[in-house]
Write a protein that binds this ligand. Structure first.
Ligand code: C2E
Ligand code: CA
Ligand code: CA
Length: 811
C-alpha cells in the first residue's frame, strides 16, 4: 500500500469519523436546543395571548361595573328611555369592537332589553335567575346555540342601595378578537393555533383541523395534561408529526400552538447542512493540506532517497540532488548522501588501490597494461613508436634479505622517486617526446619497474632515459646508517618492431632486462629475438636446478691453497659444480644467481656444507695432511641467521675439528649485512670456525673498518692480482693490503694467481697463501687427493716445470 493510501486510510477513522460523530452529536444537541428555544418562544407567545385574554376579561368586568354604576342604566331601569345608555354602549363598542351585545334583565332574569338590536340568546331563558347568579363575574366561553358558535360571556348582578338585586347584565364578546390575537402571536412562530374548551371542542383555530383530529374524551384529558406541562412533545396529527404546546386561558379556554415537526426541523436541518458542508470542506481542506504536506515533506524526499538508493545500487555514486531538511527524513537523506560520499571515497580508494602500487603510489601492472594498450592503439593510428623499459634492481633480493624489508621498501620508494624525477626533467623528455605526459612509470611488483615512452622519435631515443637511470646509481643512497649502491638492469622493447601486443611487448622488455643482468648487471639492453630463447633456457634451468639435489647432480671441486714459498698445500676451496646430464658440467656463475633468486641456494648451500665436512672427516680418518677447507656461502644464507646452526650441525654430524673449516663470505655481503652479519661472524667464530673475506677490494670497505669484524683471513680479489704485472696502483694496493692485514693479525690469500711474476710479487710481499690456475685449477676430489699426498713441493717449485701441475680439464 502506498504511503498516501495508508495516510488516507488512517485519516478516515482518526479524523473524518470522529468529526462526523461529533457533528452528529452537535446536530442532535442543536436540534434539541433549537426546538426548546422555539418552544420557549412559543410559550412566551401563548403567555402573551393569555395575558391579552385576561385583559379582555378584566375589561369586560370593568365595563359591566361601569355600566352598572352609571346613571344611564338606572334611567333605563327606571323606564326613562335608553338613549343615554345607548350612547354609553356605543362608546364602549367603539373601543371594544368584539363586544357583540349587552343583555339587561330584571331581578327575576326577564329580559329588559339587549343592545345589538337582536333577541336574547335562546339558552339564556327569561327568568332563569339562578343562571344569572351563577354566571356573575364568571368569564367563560359559551355555545351560542342560536348562532352555533362559541362566544365569551360574563354577567354582573346589579344591586340597589339596599343591596337588593335590581337587575342582571350579560356581556357577550365574540371569539374573533381572541383568534386574531392568537393568530398574530402564534402564526409568527410558523405554526398554527387551536382554541378548545375543557371538553375538547374546537372553538377557534387557524387551521383546518377539526375536533375529529384531536383525541376525544378521557384521552383528551391525558393529552391535554401532557400538552400543558410546559415541555414540547411530538404528536401524530393527520399522519404527520407535530409539536403541540398549550396554555390555559381565562374563560376555561385552552389555547394550543401546533407546529409541524418538519417545519421546526427545517431550520435546524438547514444549519446542519451548512455545518456538514463546512465540516466536509474543513476535512477536505485539512486532508488536502496534509496530503500536500505529506507529499512534500515525506513522499517526495523518500522518493528522492529511493531513487538515490537505486542509483547507488546501480553504482552511480554521485548523489547531489538530495534535499536536506532539518528533520528525521533530512537526517536520513544526509546519511544517504554521506553514505554515497563514503562509498564514492572507498570506491575511489578501491579504484586507486586496484590501479596503484601501495608502497610507491605508482601505477601498477594493471594500469600500465591498460595505458600501454591504449598507447599502442594510438601509435598504430598515428604511426608512432612506443618504447617499454623494464627495470629490475640488481641484487635487490640480497639487500632485502640482509637489511630487512623496511630498508628494502625505503630503497624501492627512493628509487621510484628518483626515476620519476629523472623522467620529469624536461630536457630528457623533450628529446624523446613533445609532451611531458607521454611517459609513465609503473611498478610491476617486487623490484621490477616499467616505463612507457610514447611517441618515441627513433629506436635509439630510449637509450637516453636508460642511461640516466643507470647513472642514478653512481651515487650511493644514504638510508639510515647505510650507504648503499643500488644499480639496475634495464631491458628495452619497441613497438611496433618487437611485438604486436602489450603483453608481448612487456615480456620482451623483460627478456632484454635478463640479458642485461647476464651482461653483468647495471646496464641496459635492447630486445632481440634471441633473448626469448635465453629466457626460455633460463626457465628450463630453474626447473632442472630444482631436481638437481634429489638427483644428486652436484659435485664439489677442490682448488688448492698453497704456501707461496714452499708451494705446500695449506688448504683448499670447495667449489660447486653441477653435473647436468644434458648440459654437462655447469659452472656456478651460470646457476648460483638462479639458485639465489629462487631460494634454492639454501638447500644447495646445506648440501655443500655437509659435503665439505664429510670430506674433511674422511681425510681425518685416512690421516691425510690436515688442511683447512674453505666453503663459499651466499648472502642469502648469511641473511637467514641459521647459518651458524647449519655449520654446527654439519660439523657435529661428521665429527670434524671445527678449526679445519673456513667460511668464505664476500666483502659486499658483509658490508651490506650490517649488525646481523657481524653477529653471524661472531657465532661462527664461537664455533671455532675461521672466516675469510672473499673478493676483498671490490666492496668499498676500508681496511681499518674491518677491525669491527672477527675475520681471520682476507682473500685479495682476482682483479687486483691480475693487474700486478701491469698496474703500479694495483701493486701498491696489494702490498698495502698484505701489510695492513698482517698488522691486524689477519692472514692474506691471493686469488687468481696465473703467472710466475704474480707469484714472485706475492712471495716478496709475504702473502700467506696463494690460489690460482698457476698452482691448480679446481679439480675433482680424486685429483685433489693425489695432489695432497704428493710430497716433493720444493723440487717442483724450483723446477718451475711449466705451470707446476698440469691443469685439470673441467676446472
Ligand atoms: P669465488 O669464491 O671467487 O671462487 C673463485 C673462482 O675463481 C672460482 O670460479 C675459480 O675457478 C676461479 N679461479 C681460481 N683461480 C683462478 C685463476 O687463476 N684465474 C681465473 N680466471 N679464475 C680463477 P668458480 O668455481 O667458477 O666459482 C665462481 C663463483 O661461484 C665463486 O667465486 C663463488 O662466488 C661461487 N661459488 C662457487 N662454489 C660455491 C658454493 O659452493 N656456494 C656458493 N654460495 N657460491 C659458490
Ligand atoms: Ca671463494
Ligand atoms: Ca673469490
Amino acid at each position: 500500500m502506498k504511503l498516501r493510501t495508508k495516510f488516507v486510510a488512517l485519516l478516515v477513522p482518526l479524523v473524518v469519523a470522529p468529526l462526523l460523530f461529533l457533528g452528529n452529536i452537535a446536530y442532535t444537541q442543536l436540534k434539541i436546543s433549537a426546538t426548546q428555544r422555539m418552544f420557549d418562544d412559543v410559550g412566551a407567545r401563548l403567555e402573551r395571548v393569555r395575558e391579552s385574554v385576561d385583559k379582555t376579561r378584566r375589561v369586560s368586568d370593568a365595563s359591566l361595573d361601569m355600566i352598572a354604576a352609571g346613571a344611564p342604566l338606572q334611567d333605563f331601569l327606571a323606564g326613562n328611555g335608553d338613549a343615554a345608555l345607548r350612547a354609553n354602549l356605543d362608546r364602549l363598542r367603539a373601543a371594544n369592537p368584539d363586544i357583540e351585545r349587552l343583555l339587561i334583565t330584571d331581578a327575576a332574569g326577564v329580559t329588559l332589553g339587549h343592545y345589538d338590536g337582536q333577541s336574547m340568546p335562546g339558552r339564556i331563558t327569561d327568568g332563569d335567575r339562578a343562571w344569572f347568579l351563577g354566571r356573575s363575574r364568571a368569564f367563560r366561553a359559551t355555545l351560542d346555540e342560536q348562532r352555533e358558535r362559541f362566544v365569551l360571556q360574563n354577567a354582573l348582578t346589579v344591586r340597589d342601595a339596599n343591596d337588593a338585586t335590581q337587575a342582571f347584565l350579560v356581556l357577550t364578546r365574540r371569539l374573533d378578537q381572541l383568534a386574531l390575537v392568537a393568530r398574530n402571536h402564534v402564526m409568527a412562530a410558523d405554526g398554527f393555533f387551536l382554541v378548545t374548551n375543557q371538553q375538547g371542542d374546537v372553538l377557534a383555530g387557524d387551521t383546518q383541523l377539526g375536533d375529529s383530529e384531536l383525541p376525544q374524551g378521557a384521552e383528551f384529558n391525558t393529552w391535554r395534561a401532557l400538552v400543558m406541562d410546559g415541555s414540547y412533545r411530538e404528536f401524530p396529527i393527520n399522519g404527520a408529526g407535530h409539536y403541540v404546546k398549550g396554555v390555559e386561558l381565562p374563560g376555561e379556554l385552552l389555547l394550543y400552538a401546533v407546529l409541524p415537526t418538519s417545519q421546526v426541523n427545517a431550520s435546524t436541518r438547514k444549519f446542519a447542512v451548512t455545518m456538514f458542508v463546512i465540516t466536509l470542506l474543513a476535512i477536505s481542506l485539512t486532508s488536502g493540506t496534509l496530503l500536500l504536506a505529506l507529499h512534500h515533506i515525506v513522499v517526495l524526499p523518500i522518493r528522492q532517497i529511493q531513487s538515490a538508493a537505486n542509483a547507488i545500487g546501480r553504482g552511480e555514486l554521485h548523489v547531489h540532488h538530495l534535499r536536506a531538511s532539518n528533520d528525521e527524513i533530512g537526517e536520513l537523506a544526509k546519511s544517504f548522501s554521506d553514505m554515497s560520499t563514503n562509498l564514492r571515497d572507498s570506491n575511489d580508494h578501491v579504484q586507486y588501490l586496484a590501479y596503484h602500487d601501495s608502497l610507491t603510489g605508482l601505477p601498477n601492472r594493471s594500469m600500465f597494461r591498460d595505458q600501454l594498450q591504449h598507447a599502442m592503439a594510438q601509435a598504430r593510428r598515428e604511426h608512432q613508436r612506443i618504447a617499454v623499459l623494464f627495470i629490475d634492481l640488481d641484487d635487490f633480493k640480497r639487500i632485502n634479505d640482509t637489511l630487512g624489508h623496511q630498508i628494502g621498501d625505503e630503497i624501492l620508494t627512493r628509487f621510484s622517486e628518483a626515476v620519476t624525477r629523472e623522467l620529469r626533467e624536461g630536457d630528457v623528455i623533450s628529446r624523446i617526446t613533445d609532451d611531458d605526459s607521454d611517459h609513465m612509470l609503473a611498478r610491476l611488483g617486487g623490484d621490477e619497474f616499467i616505463i612507457l615512452l610514447r611517441n618515441v622519435a627513433d629506436e635509439y631515443a630510449p637509450r637516453n632515459i636508460a642511461r640516466r637511470i643507470c647513472n642514478l646509481m653512481s651515487q650511493p643512497f644514504a638510508i639510515g646508517s647505510h650507504e648503499l649502491y643500488i644499480s639496475s638492469s634495464i631491458g628495452i622493447s619497441m613497438f611496433p618492431e618487437d611485438a604486436g601486443s602489450a603483453d608481448d611487448l612487456i615480456r620482451n622488455a623483460d627478456a632484454a632486462m635478463y640479458h642485461a643482468k647476464d651482461q653483468g648487471k647495471n646496464n641496459y639492453q635492447y630486445y632481440s629475438e634471441s633473448m626469448n630463447v635465453a629466457a626460455a633456457n633460463r626457465l628450463l634451468m630453474e626447473t632442472r636446478l630444482r631436481k638437481a639435489i634429489e638427483l644428486d647432480q652436484f659435485e664439489l671441486y677442490y682448488q688448492p691453497k698453497v704456501d707461496p714459498h714452499s708451494l705446500e698445500i695449506v688448504g683448499a676451496e670447495a667449489l660447486l659444480r653441477w653435473n647436468d646430464p644434458d648440459f654437462g658440467l655447469v659452472p656456478p656463475d651460470q646457476f648460483i644467481h638462479i639458485a639465489e633468486e629462487t631460494g634454492l641456494i639454501v638447500p644447495i648451500g646445506e648440501w655443500v656444507m655437509n659435503q665439505a665436512c664429510i670430506q674433511l672427516a674422511d681425510w681425518q680418518r685416512r690421516e691425510l695432511p690436515p688442511i683447512t677447507l674453505s666453503v663459499n656461502v651466499s648472502p642469502i644464507q648469511v641473511a637467514r641467521q641459521d647459518l651458524s646452526f647449519v655449520v654446527a650441525r654439519s660439523l657435529r654430524n661428521s665429527n670434524v675439528d671445527a678449526r679445519l673449516l673456513d667460511i668464505e663470505i664476500t666483502e659486499s655481503t658483509l658490508m651490506s649485512g650490517g649488525d646481523r652479519a657481524v653477529r653471524m661472524l661472531s657465532e661462527l667464530r664461537g664455533l671455532d670456525v675461521s672466516v675469510s673475506l672473499d673478493d676483498f677490494g671490490t666492496g668499498y670497505s676500508s681496511l681499518s673498518y674491518l677491525r669491527r669484524f672477527p675475520v681471520s683471513n682476507l682473500k685479495i680479489d682476482r682483479s687486483f692480482v691480475a693487474e700486478i704485472e701491469h698496474d703500479e696502483g694495483c701493486r701498491s694496493i696489494v702490498s698495502a693490503i698484505i701489510a695492513m692485514s698482517n698488522s691486524m693479525d689477519m692472514s692474506v690469500t691471493a686469488e687468481g694467481v696465473e703467472t710466475e711474476a704474480q707469484l714472485d710479487f706475492l712471495c716478496e710481499h709475504a702473502c700467506d697463501s696463494v690460489q690460482g690456475f698457476l698452482i691448480s685449477r679446481p679439480v675433482p676430489i680424486a685429483d685433489f687427493e693425489r695432489l695432497l699426498v704428493a710430497t716433493d713441493w720444493r723440487t717442483r717449485r724450483e723446477a718451475r716445470s711449466g705451470g707446476l701441475w698440469s691443469p685439470q680439464p673441467g676446472g
